[in-house]
Design a protein around this ligand. Structure first.
Ligand code: 4NP
Length: 164
């Protein structure tokens, strides 16, 4: 058995966008019968929310779509650069903050914007819904689900995985 493919989703607080991307990606991976092939996590570039559960508005939106979120916020660590095959930033600030920690630039090819995989990529960023109204969470959900499905399609093709 090959080692798992390690994917990390990163935003600022690790309570809205990246736990949602983690949960939705877990969900589509499970649907495809590939849960034993992946190790999936999320982290925030900031530490303010460390230890907290996902934002209730994010969890509620996910639940309405049949996706349960769990886990506790943690901060992105330099070690994550080595560990993960793919590190997916939700916006350009997150991307910049991750790459800043990659001092030698050796892991930069593993760090990408999540929405590079979006078939409707827009400005390539997932907007932060934290300070907005409930419609922002639904918009972000749709964007994240569409991108998570496309991401899995790319990884299935890249690694030659068999979908059940
Ligand atoms: P996230 O959203 O980066 O998608 O988890 C945020 C959550 C909290 C804050 C900012 C963004 N904050 O400033 O506390």
């Amino acid at each position: 058995m090959d080692r798992p493919i390690r994917v990390l989703f990163v935003c600022l607080g690790n309570i809205c966008r990246s736990p949602l991307a983690e949960g939705v990606f877990r969900h589509v991976v499970k649907e495809a019968g590939l849960d034993d092939r992946f190790e999936i996590d999320s982290a925030g570039t900031g530490s303010w929310h460390t230890g907290e559960a996902p934002d209730p508005r994010t969890s509620q939106t996910a639940r309405l779509h049949g996706v349960a979120l769990d886990g506790q916020a943690r901060q992105f660590m330099t070690e994550d650069l080595e560990k993960y095959d793919l590190i997916l930033a939700m916006d350009r600030d997150n991307l910049h903050d991750i790459l800043y920690l990659d001092v030698m630039g050796e892991r930069s090819s593993h760090v990408r914007l999540f929405r590079e995989f979006d078939p409707e990529p827009g400005d390539l960023q997932v907007p932060d819904p934290y300070y907005g109204g409930p419609e922002g969470f639904e918009t972000v959900y749709r964007m994240v689900e569409r991108t998570a499905r496309a991401l899995l399609g790319s990884l299935v093709a890249h690694y030659g995985l068999t979908v059940s």
